[in-house]
Design a protein around this ligand. Structure first.
Ligand SMILES: CC(C)(COP(=O)(O)OP(=O)(O)OC[C@H]1O[C@@H](n2cnc3c(N)ncnc32)[C@H](O)[C@@H]1OP(=O)(O)O)[C@@H](O)C(=O)NCCC(=O)NCCS
Length: 169
């Protein structure tokens, strides 16, 4: 398996991965829209390939953890997908780990995710509520997690995560 940042020639394969993994075009449309956004960082949009074929994609996109007194920059993990024929082969885990390292290299200190409670804790994600960090929609609360990229990075950070309007939240 090889993991690297996306390039322009990968756009079609990335769309195919999301459409098949999610069974709808919503996530691939979101990826397409976010690519046009001034905050988009191609080094945080990673593809996984097996024997030269793209089989997985992960995107980290800037968000803000905001309260009355402060705005703290963070990243949201969304979306991630692996082609159904290649799921349960460790590709999602490898993408998550590589994306985490890439985020740290760019200088971010935290990643939030709305995701499966049985999945993300294995990478060190903790319930966001334990940091007094909350999702923009109350109904997400039990599936909203945060990963500190450096020890204690969120010690003085709390608030509600504000996604760019393109997420449609
Ligand atoms: C979620 C997803 C990216 C994981 O990728 P993957 O390459 O299959 O993941 P890995 O092989 O690294 O890990 C497999 C683990 O993920 C778990 N997993 C996959 N889908 C899951 C789900 N819907 N709920 C809970 N756990 C799930 C598997 O049960 C397996 O757990 P185990 O290791 O305890 O057996 C992939 O299943 C996928 O594309 N799903 C459809 C799109 C989606 O839901 N994306 C997630 C958005 S948060």
């Amino acid at each position: 398996m090889d993991i690297r940042p996306e390039g322009t020639k990968d756009y079609g394969a990335i769309q195919h991965i999301h459409d098949h993994a999610f069974g709808s075009a919503e996530e691939s449309a979101l990826v397409h829209t976010l690519r046009q956004h001034p905050l988009f960082l191609p080094e945080l949009s990673l593809v996984a390939s097996v024997e030269g074929k793209l089989v997985g994609h992960i995107l980290l996109f800037p968000v803000i953890i905001k309260n009355k007194h402060q705005k703290h920059p963070a990243l949201a993990l969304a979306p991630m997908a692996v082609l159904p024929a290649h799921q349960n082969e460790g590709i999602g885990s490898a993408l998550t780990q590589h994306a985490t390292e890439a985020a740290r290299a760019v200088g971010y200190t935290a990643i939030v995710v709305l995701g499966y409670p049985q999945y993300y804790p294995r990478f060190g994600f903790k319930p966001a509520a334990s940091f007094n960090i909350f999702p923009p929609a109350r109904e997400w609360s039990s599936a909203f997690f945060v990963l500190e990229l450096t020890g204690g990075a969120l010690a003085d950070v709390s608030g509600v995560v504000q996604y760019p309007p393109e997420f449609g939240i």
